[in-house]
Design a protein. Structure first.
Length: 141
């Protein structure tokens, strides 16, 4: 008997009902998950822009920085939250599983999965350049 081991992204895609309230991913659920991660930081100022299929979250804090995993792993595996219960995980892997593209900009680390600054709506591109950390995703369902 062969046992297949799935990656976190594959697990989410194969069984979305385990990860999304309605069983189907929605942009509002993705945004809520990202903002929950951001809310773990005190004194943050955030900006959210939704334009077409693009969503932008930018802040004056680097909420993607965690001692739980290197930055690059946030989008490929389940990483537990710093402040929430031990059986919860951060939102970035959900984005990687269901979005057409992701772009992270800001000080230190950058990440791109199918998006570039040039492909963003102008209002989002302008705002992304002004934040300590910016996260943009493209979601269409």
């Amino acid at each position: 008997m062969k046992i297949d081991v799935l990656t976190a992204v594959e697990k989410i895609r194969a069984n979305p009902s385990m990860y999304f309230d309605t069983g189907v991913p929605t942009n509002s659920q993705l945004l809520a998950a990202v903002l929950t991660d951001l809310s773990e930081h005190t004194g943050f100022h955030a900006e959210v822009i939704q334009e077409g299929s693009f969503t932008f979250v930018g802040a004056n804090v680097d909420w993607l920085k965690t001692d739980r995993a290197p930055f690059e792993e946030l989008f490929v595996r389940f990483v537990t939250s710093n402040a929430r219960a031990p059986n919860t995980f951060r939102a970035e892997v959900l984005l990687a599983a269901v979005c057409e593209g992701i772009l992270v900009l800001g000080e230190g680390a950058a990440y791109s999965q199918g998006l570039t600054l040039e492909r963003l709506p102008p209002s989002i591109a302008r705002s992304a350049k002004t934040k300590l950390r910016s996260l943009v995703w493209k979601f269409t369902r």
